[in-house]
Write a protein that binds this ligand. Structure first.
Ligand code: 5RP
Length: 223
């Protein structure tokens, strides 16, 4: 059986060249890209990378990928990351793995933001899955109902029975608004709630989407 995530990742890394600074995404699809980059580094590829999560950072370290940070680098050349949903206008929902804040900071500093996914992530409109929203722990009991007042079902993400804590020490509210007819308007409303740090709506950020298909082909969409 074709590993659709892997073939998308393997195509994405072909854009990476020596001398570049690369953003490393988070999740099972991004993991394939990091592993491929690790092999390329062993073969002489000379890159520096910033990871979007502690998990990806430690994987990159183990694979011998040189890490850097924003005190040394202002802009990244390419970031390769996964997504939870990709709509027809190349708008995204991310944050299924809870790394949305670092992912968005890295994406916002990247010249070419490449999203890799399998066909299951393609949707006509965003909102089939809950939208992850990163919130500050202080006063979260008061933040959650304010997001709920925007018309969604809101649940605090748990890891087993414990509250899930992001790499930034924050919490995630998973918010089901149903189909999101107007993503920019929703983004604006959620961001206006005090206590919200960032949402998993990645709007007008992706430059290239690479979708791995079950028949072994790739769908490539360019923004
Ligand atoms: C993590 C993310 C991931 O990129 C997203 O959840 C996709 O994960 P996967 O590649 O495992 O399906 O946004 O915060």
């Amino acid at each position: 059986m074709i590993d659709t995530k892997r073939i998308a990742a393997e195509k994405a890394v072909t854009y990476v060249k020596s001398g570049m600074t690369i953003g490393l995404g988070t999740g099972s699809t991004a993991r394939y890209a990091i592993e491929s980059l690790g092999l390329m580094v062993k073969d002489g590829l000379d890159i520096k990378a910033i990871a979007t999560s502690l998990q990806s950072e430690s994987l990159a370290e183990d694979l011998g990928i040189r890490l850097t940070n924003f005190s040394e680098v202002e802009q990244l050349d390419i970031t390769i990351d996964g997504a939870d949903e990709v709509d027809e206008n190349l708008q995204l929902i991310k944050g299924g793995g809870g790394a949305l804040l670092r992912e968005k900071i890295v994406a916002a500093s990247t010249r070419c933001y490449i999203i890799i996914a399998d066909e299951k992530k393609l949707v006509r409109q965003l909102g089939n899955l809950p939208l992850p929203v990163e919130i500050i722990p202080f006063g979260y009991q008061s933040t959650l109902p304010k997001i709920k007042m925007l018309g969604g079902d809101v649940s605090l993400r748990k890891d087993a029975h414990e509250i899930f804590v992001t790499d930034n020490g924050n919490y995630i509210a998973d918010c089901s608004f149903g189909i999101i007819a107007n993503p920019p308007a929703l983004q604006k409303k959620i961001k206006a709630v005090t206590g919200v740090v960032e949402t998993g709506l990645f709007l007008n950020m992706a430059n290239l989407i690479i979708i791995g298909c079950a028949d072994g082909t790739l769908k490539i969409r360019i923004a």
